[in-house]
Design a protein around this ligand. Sequence first.
Ligand code: G3P
Length: 217
Amino acid sequence: MKFFVDTANLDQIRDAQNLGVLDGVTTNPSLMAKEGITGRENILKHYVAICNIVDGDVSAEVIATDFDGMVKEGEELASLHEQIIVKLPMIKAGVKAAKYFSDKGIKTNVTLVFSAGQALLAAKAGATYVSPFIGRLDDISTDGLNLIAEIRLIYDNYGFETQILAASVRHTMHVIDCAKLGADVITGPLSSIEGLLNHPLTDIGLAKFLADYNKGN
Ligand code: G3P
């Protein structure tokens, strides 16, 4: 299972990389704007800065919503760095662009996926990753984790190699539940990964070990 962080904040990306368990980064236009990164040139430079921090895949999203525009932007993004994954929205042109890039050996991440049918289309188009947004489904009283289970079943039925990238992960239980359901990747805030560390018995046990050691020293 891969762990990605879902942020464009370079400090958080460095912290995640330093933890030693990071496999990649996902970004989107909202996350870029949150960091105050605006303008095409600055955004492209920021993607390269992220790639220079992490070892794994870095998703960079196209803004165009038409096929030709997606191809132009996606090719520019892919040429920035070998770690770039072209992120495409789940619309008709996005599916067509995923097939185009897949045929050219360029990796893609089809995003804004909210149904099993959309995930099936992404896999048929040869997407490298599919990003179902589980937190946003939970936000509207729909079971986001059930979507992960449905996609896992469908992909396993046919041996699709598209990796299920559970996105819009909000907290640590999402990470654990996605692991149980067989998601290939999760992406969320670093806190959702660091939360895996926590157990009070670990803290109590360590305090006792140290106290007992110090009795004899
Ligand atoms: O990876 C998708 C993500 O950026 C959306 O997350 O928390 O805004 O729903 P969120």
